[in-house]
Ligand binder design. Structure first.
Ligand code: GYE
Length: 306
């Protein structure tokens, strides 16, 4: 970060804020839309964005984060793959007076002063909405298989628990198997193949923690000679375009939206922080989302932004 710039001109390189973004990876459609949103919002503000992604490994994210601290960037935005294990690097940033915005996924720490603000989706409520929708759709009777996200990730934990809260008083809704599909299409397909081998016709419904895994499951169901959304009801989370296409095609029953277009909110927070107004920010900002069913998909697909 330069010194000696004497004017406040946005065009002057020395005055351009340098913002680092440590992303989880590029696992799926949601994640790619999220990355684009953050990059575009940074460009709109005229910030110099330094981007790194962890390829789904926390150690890669920790390395990238530390290196941005050493570079003395003006702020760091972190989308943490997993919840725990961040205290050390966050303390490093705090010592260097580098403000940190936690975006999308949560961190678990005893010291809340290690980050300025958290912005993300209400993933617990998403899990609850999926559970409530499925229990209603199935009339309170179903054997369900669950495709979880990455172990230890806040949306995985929340979508797991939120779903269970929603079906707690539904003794006829039974989760017969639950395994990680890592938020990936290929892994979702692989795990669903194994579920089908083991439980076959017993499976009434799939609950996938994201759309990409649901799309993988749809392929597995078709490969097994069954009709997705008819023989096996499928509900997932995210609301990406591919999910709407699958609903229009009659292969996915429902998606609970999780808006990845979080860049503008993140950059507004950064702007406040850089102008000394961090105290005006809420500690937690949760983004509200809707539920979309197959029957509505054709009407809304054109208006979808991701
Ligand atoms: O649902 C999934 C992505 O953290 C809320 O991560 C996000 C989730 C999203 O990989 O598709």
């Amino acid at each position: 970060v330069g010194c000696g710039g004497s004017s406040d001109n946005a065009g002057g390189d020395d005055d351009t804020p340098v913002i680092a973004f440590v992303q989880t990876g590029a696992d799926n459609d949601w994640r790619n839309a999220h990355t684009v949103s953050v990059k575009e919002a940074a460009a709109d503000k005229g910030y110099d964005l330094r981007f790194a992604e962890g390829q789904s490994k926390q150690e890669n994210q920790i390395k990238a984060f530390s290196s941005f601290v050493n570079q003395g960037v003006d702020a760091i935005i972190l989308a943490p793959i997993v919840e725990t294990g961040w205290d050390n690097v966050l303390e490093k940033a705090k010592k260097r007076n580098i403000p940190v915005v936690i975006l999308d996924r949560k961190v678990k720490t005893d010291d809340e002063s290690l980050y300025v603000t958290y912005i993300g989706a209400d993933t617990y409520t998403e899990g609850k909405k999926a559970g409530k929708w499925l229990a209603e759709k199935m009339g309170g009777q179903a054997k369900v298989v669950e495709l979880q996200g990455n172990p230890g990730a806040s949306p995985t934990i929340n979508r797991f628990n939120g779903f269970r809260e929603a079906i707690a008083d539904q003794s006829g809704i039974e989760i017969i198997a639950s395994q990680s599909g890592e938020f990936r299409r290929s892994k979702g397909k692989e795990v669903m193949e194994a579920f089908l081998k083991k439980y076959g016709d017993d499976i009434d419904a799939v609950y996938a923690h994201n759309d990409d895994m649901a799309i993988g499951a749809i392929q597995a169901i078709e490969d097994a000679g069954m009709k997705p959304a008819e023989d096996i009801v499928i509900v997932s989370v995210d609301g990406v375009r591919a999910a709407f296409e699958a609903m229009v095609d009659g292969k996915l029953n429902c998606t609970v939206e999780c808006n990845p277009l979080q860049g503008p909110l993140a950059m507004e927070a950064v702007e406040k922080i850089l102008s000394g107004q961090a105290d005006q920010l809420d500690k937690v900002t949760l983004i509200e989302d809707s539920v979309f069913e197959m029957e509505q998909a054709a009407d809304v697909i054109e208006s979808r932004k991701y």
